[in-house]
Design a binder for this molecule. Structure first.
Ligand SMILES: Cc1cc2nc3c(=O)[nH]c(=O)nc-3n(C[C@H](O)[C@H](O)[C@H](O)COP(=O)(O)O)c2cc1C
Length: 328
């Protein structure tokens, strides 16, 4: 059974990538994930603000030599400064065989982009840019918002030679068109669809805005599944599915929809690293049962173009569902 995958020019032994999170923030944790079968990891993200702040701190130390400023910088970057990040990359590359993908959370193409070169020099196999834009600015129309994606990937590409993955948000009035145009730029090598968002919630007893702390589950898969299926036959870059992939069935669904590989986070938090090997074993069993010997035998079999019911992925109204008496 061959479950290997080519992704970002790298040879992955299987389609399971552990997504950016606290699961990947130390060499020991990554080693454990590798031992359990992970094919690659995406490091916990550095935030653009962290990079800019530390760069400015170094550049402007003399100008801001007052205690509050120093304390603020120390507080903000403590334990997660840029050198620590680069050390995790360097140390991982010495003792770990699976690809190490660095990750940066960004919303602008400001001076932080020059730091991408340091990530490459430290030995990262690729960079994932998490550009999660919430179009909440009343002064920006959709095309102005979308220009931000193009600017960032262009600037980062000018700084590095390693492959670049773009992890996106689904907030766009013209998502399919946006992804297609981004794929034509030649500045990126793959898409990760989509980021899992932090969500605010409201506590009705305390009448306070709080952070939604519901753990993710398989029901979260549908947005990504729909878009992977809609795009995979048309977009020429590989699509990696992310969010709501919690078991072997979810992985198989995403590959049937056309995903090249998947990223998993919440289920590994819940069940531990050893769950990766269970997922892999179940995928292989399913493939045996269905007489598939490699992932490409069934990849995209149920994407929008190949599935018998073309319109189902475009349907967003429930009319047909509710017109069936059994569903009421
Ligand atoms: C605790 C936690 C921390 C995360 N931190 C990051 C991060 O630093 N950068 C990032 O791009 N995504 C981050 N994510 C999102 C994951 O990389 C991934 O996109 C998402 O969680 C996948 O969905 P799943 O949790 O349903 O598997 C985080 C997710 C969780 C649950």
């Amino acid at each position: 059974m061959d479950i290997s995958v080519k992704y970002l020019g790298l040879d992955l032994k299987n389609p399971i990538i552990i997504g950016s999170s606290g699961l990947t923030n130390s060499v020991n944790r990554i080693k454990e994930l590798e031992k359990n079968g992970a094919a690659a990891v995406v490091l916990k993200s550095l935030f653009e603000e962290q990079i800019s702040m530390e760069q400015n701190h170094i550049a402007n130390q003399d100008q801001h030599n007052y205690p509050e400023f120093q304390d603020y910088v120390k507080f903000y970057t403590e334990g997660k400064n840029l050198n620590n990040y680069l050390d995790i990359i360097k140390d991982s590359k010495k003792s770990i065989d699976i690809p190490i993908i660095a990750s940066i959370n960004c919303v602008s193409s400001n001076e932080w982009v020059s730091f991408a070169k340091n990530i490459e020099t430290a030995g990262a196999d690729a960079i994932e840019l998490n550009i999660s834009l919430l179009p909440s600015n009343f002064d920006l129309d959709s095309s102005e918002n979308e220009k931000i994606y193009f600017k960032i990937i262009e600037k980062v590409k000018q700084n590095v030679n390693i492959p670049i993955a773009l992890k996106m948000s689904y907030y766009s009035a013209g998502l399919a068109n946006l992804i297609q145009k981004l794929s034509w730029t030649q500045n990126i090598d793959s898409f990760v669809l989509f980021n899992r968002f932090y969500n605010p919630d409201i506590d009705i007893d305390k009448k306070e805005v709080i952070s939604s702390s519901k753990p993710g589950n398989s029901d979260d898969i549908y947005t990504s599944l729909r878009w992977v299926a809609l795009l995979s036959d048309t977009i020429e870059l590989p699509l990696v599915a992310s969010t709501g992939i919690h078991d072997s069935k979810d992985v198989i669904k995403q590959i049937l929809a056309g995903a090249q590989a998947v990223q998993i986070v919440s289920s590994i938090y819940k069940k531990g690293g050893s769950y990766i090997s269970i997922i892999l074993e179940e995928i292989e069993n399913w493939m045996k049962k269905n007489n598939y010997s490699k992932l490409s035998d069934f990849r995209g079999l149920l994407n929008q173009k190949k599935s018998e019911n073309h319109s189902v992925y475009e349907r967003i109204q429930f009319m047909k569902y509710f017109s069936d008496k059994n569903n009421i």
